[in-house]
Ligand binder design. Structure first.
Ligand SMILES: [Zn+2]
Length: 440
């Protein structure tokens, strides 16, 4: 076992100084709030200086605002801006940087391409090691991933990937193959590998937990289950914790920004490292900061990618700041209520934006609902697609759901129910809990 670690650590460091980055990030865990503020401001300023000096798009944006003295006077960067200004967003000193192209899988409908570099990648991987450590996993301790971005899996058979997985002590389970046989096999893999942590798509691991529980199958209990790529609803967390008999650490990230935030063992919220990601929470309409604690759009400035700086990047997710001190002692700020895509927000007939969580709550605590999708087809109509475990769902429950939906969307709205056998996945393979055809 130790062999892997002794081989893997120097390889990691040789490749992108990942161990050095990890050690640096670890040292930031014990900084005071004042030290964090000073260091993160300095790091933000050096990115902005670089952007002004080297990135045509930002040189223009700054010059157009001669009085601009701080970040918030710059425009937010939309996904569409990334495509339209791809060349202008690249740093002039790109040839001297160890850069590569990356892209999102396009789960929101539009694939996005961008440039990243090894400086960014080393911090990204270093932060992952820190978050893994919070979940009880040391480097090269066994980990099972229930994962499935297709381009991550397509390389799964090459010798290089196999050696890499062995060194990392990683076992992959395909999150998209979830037939009964696959789920049984997944349970066996976890029992054989005895991972210290399971890192999984929220939806996939909930599915697995639910299967194991329904079939009364016992499963190895890791130190933690880390969930990502989706909204972790309270009943999902409860079920995963019950079945795997360990805490869930919810994590948040994206391909553009890397892993951004993670819960520690206290679960107070998701800590993010302000030396790596500068985060603002903005009102989706006015793009002004929301009141402290209020939910709004997560807008991120990535402080480590100098090849194509993402400054005030509108990632499309929502969340809020949690202004409390976590008992773990780490003073990195906390996010909470991180969820969904803004494009899935609903709109009332008078034009008010409704966060999908408000409607999803209408479905809590009904055991007969196996899966659901809430679809706003027009401002006047919302359809609840419910995969029911029972032949005929209780009429009184449907009335309660309907009245809850009307409370949220308006009494004139028509609430329809549909009871399909299964709910189709989006092209990305992820379930969409909420869809709105109404544009804001
Ligand atoms: Zn904490």
């Amino acid at each position: 076992m130790a062999l892997r670690k002794y081989l893997w650590k120097p390889i990691l460091n040789y490749r992108h100084s990942v161990i050095d980055r990890y050690t640096t990030i670890e040292s930031w865990e014990s900084l005071s709030e004042e030290e964090i503020a000073a260091l993160s401001t300095r790091r933000l300023q050096s990115l902005l200086d670089h952007a002004y000096e080297n990135v045509p798009y930002y040189r223009e944006a700054f010059d157009a605002r001669p009085a601009a003295t701080n970040l918030t006077e710059l425009p937010v960067l939309e996904k569409g801006d990334l495509q339209q200004n791809f060349e202008g967003l690249k740093s002039n000193d790109l040839p001297s940087r160890d850069w590569y192209k990356n892209a999102t899988s396009g789960s929101t409908g539009q694939p996005t391409t961008f440039v990243q570099d090894s400086h960014y990648a080393s911090f990204r991987d270093g932060l992952k090691l820190v978050f893994d450590e919070w979940g009880g996993r040391d480097i090269s301790d066994p980990k099972v991933k229930v994962w499935g971005a297709q381009d991550d899996l397509s390389t799964g058979t090459s010798v290089r990937t196999k050696v890499g997985n062995w060194l990392r002590n990683l076992t992959w389970i395909n999150a998209y193959s979830m037939s009964e046989d696959d789920l049984r096999r997944a349970g066996r893999v976890i029992n054989d590998e005895k991972p210290v942590t399971v890192h999984a798509y929220v939806e996939a691991v909930t599915n697995l937990a639910s299967f194991l529980e329904d079939h009364d199958l016992s499963v190895h209990s890791p130190a933690s289950v880390m969930t990502t790529a989706g909204t972790l609803r309270p009943e999902m967390r409860a079920q995963i914790e019950r079945v795997f008999d360990c805490p869930v650490h919810n994590r948040y990230g994206s391909r553009e920004l890397g892993t951004v935030a993670s819960e520690c063992r206290y679960g107070t919220g998701l800590h993010y490292c302000p030396m790596l990601h500068h985060i603002e929470i903005l009102d989706p309409t006015t793009l002004e900061p929301v009141e402290p604690g209020e939910t709004g759009e997560i807008v991120v400035t990535l402080l480590t990618n100098y090849s194509m700086p993402l400054i005030r990047y509108r990632i499309g997710d929502v969340g809020s700041f949690r202004k409390v001190q976590c008992d773990c002692g780490c003073r990195w700020p906390l996010l909470s209520n991180v969820q969904g895509r803004v494009t899935d927000h609903f709109v009332t007939p008078d034009g008010t934006l409704v966060y999908p969580g408000a409607l999803r709550k209408a479905l809590y605590h009904y055991d007969w609902i196996d899966r659901f999708q809430i679809h706003q087809t027009s401002t006047e109509t919302v359809v609840f697609r419910l995969v029911s475990k029972q032949h005929s769902p209780p009429e009184s429950d449907l009335e309660a759901i309907s009245s809850r939906a009307k409370n949220v969307l308006g009494t004139d709205v028509t609430v329809e129910f549909d009871f399909p056998d299964e709910i189709e996945r989006a092209d990305s393979g992820k379930y969409r809990y909420t869809i709105s055809d109404v544009s804001v």
